[in-house]
Design a protein around this ligand. Sequence first.
Ligand code: SF4
Length: 326
Amino acid sequence: MSKELLKVEGLQTFFTIKKGFPNPVTHTVRAVDEISFHINRGESFGLVGESGCGKSTAGRSILRLVEPHGGQVHLSGQDVLAMDKDQLREMRRKMQIIFQDPYSALNPRQTIGKILAEPLHVHRLGTKGEIRDRVFALLKEVGLPPEAANKYPHEFSGGQKQRVGIARALLFEPELIIADEPVSALDVSIQSQVLALMQGLQETHNLSFLFISHDLAVVRYFCSRVAVMYLGKIVEQGPVKQVFDEPLHPYTKVLRGASPIPDPTLSKKMLRMEGEVPSPLDPPTGCHFHPRCPDVMEVCKNQYPSAISVDSERTVACHLYSQKQG
Ligand code: SF4
């Protein structure tokens, strides 16, 4: 069996929106613009960036909750974007999602027991008794008591709801979980409990995670490799420790400076983030980061830099490095 579980190549997802009054003009937003990465079995891969950079759309595109416009997604060698409805339904059992707000994903009129049992009944995965046992086993696995099965979502705290979300993601014994800001809405003390739970489950079930977050400290704790996104594109990727401790891309450097990681051994001389994220409706020409970049050069204003392999594990898309290579 190949060690690579998910391979994403040149993935593109665009949205069209109309803006302006009284004569609206159609704009194309390149929410995800030719991104490529892979995730190995049992690995946690982080996707980080500021709000609106396209990281959540990338996760949803991989699951085809939104339809991509181009590129390729392979799960265990199977072409996800070529799948018909039935194949897609089957594939989604192997690839599940955890949302930031678990409450919005839980039916408020159903008990947790029913919420967890229903998909198993629909897929005829056991007798009534077997499904009941499976629900109790799942609750136990995520640290909830058996009585939780009789309660409604509003009776749980944020952390407990996320535990239910995790139990639901585990129903079909997936290989990959796309976790979209799974702890962002939780208090810091609860965050660490939920992350520890996810780590434990990862080991027990040999799960892989695509961990989407704006929080570098959380990604550093949970992931082994990371890709940094800016306005729909991946600007740098590699092992978490290298990318965060010795960032190459100017955007990673300012992102790192804006999100201090609690590690006294790291340099405090980090750059500050200047300006706002440009509108994805009208991204800057050339390198999208050039209006905010402290290292901007003339070439950056006209030409988008290609991704360059720095070593076998690390890539960066920045003219500073293409010039060094050239
Ligand atoms: Fe800065 Fe130019 Fe690199 Fe973009 S390509 S990050 S503008 S140096």
